[in-house]
Design a protein around this ligand. Sequence first.
Ligand code: CTP
Length: 229
Amino acid sequence: MGFSKAIVTSGPTREWIDPVRYISNASSGKMGFHIAEAIGNWIKDVTYVHGQVMEEYKNPKGSKKIRVETTLEMRDAVLSEIQKDTLLVMAAAPADFRPAESKESKIKKEDGSEVLLLELVKNPDILKAVGFQISEKKLSGCCLVGFAAETDFLEEHAIGKLRAKNLNYIVGNYVGKNEKGFGEVETSVVIYSPSGKVAEIGPLSKETLSGRIVEFLKEDVSKAVLRQG
Ligand code: CTP
């Protein structure tokens, strides 16, 4: 199976409310970083599209880096990078909503008001947008891999997302309800393809786990029915 390039997305996106405040999430970029490094040993041309990741996760060895801020920017970066025979691993946690309006000046507390209502609009789904572009431009040989971090009903949610986003694989993992954030400890993942559960890996550190996920993809991808556009 010959991929001409890989795109790995990583970390959270930020949606600005005003010049000093934003909506985001607790993703560190650790998994995306290690996935990009591991894929670098397999596919030569790797593009790392990252949001505001922690400093140590900004520079996976050998990757081309594209820094983005918002989910719309991440979508545009991925859409402009994707070509035929691309392996796309969406390890990022893009914000699903953005403020309907990003204020030019800092929002001030109004005396007497105990409530601030913020109107949010839905961001596009990047994986769905990629699927659409693959069909439109008839890009053959692409493989789409998503992640699903869930607090409950992992299999149901992961398989639901795999189908809704028309993915080749989805990597599901439980995030503890009491942990807050995506956690730095050892994690296990379950990988699903359209034929059901295909692997269970871990518990391992995210670094080792990422290497094992990439090894699995490298071996299994010849069985996958890749997107033919
Ligand atoms: N994803 C995406 N575009 C978005 C949001 C998520 O492409 N706007 C990708 C993520 O990078 C991940 C997969 O979709 O690979 C699943 O993301 P997740 O946040 O778990 O799922 P959502 O579809 O956003 O559903 P929900 O937040 O309701 O669980």
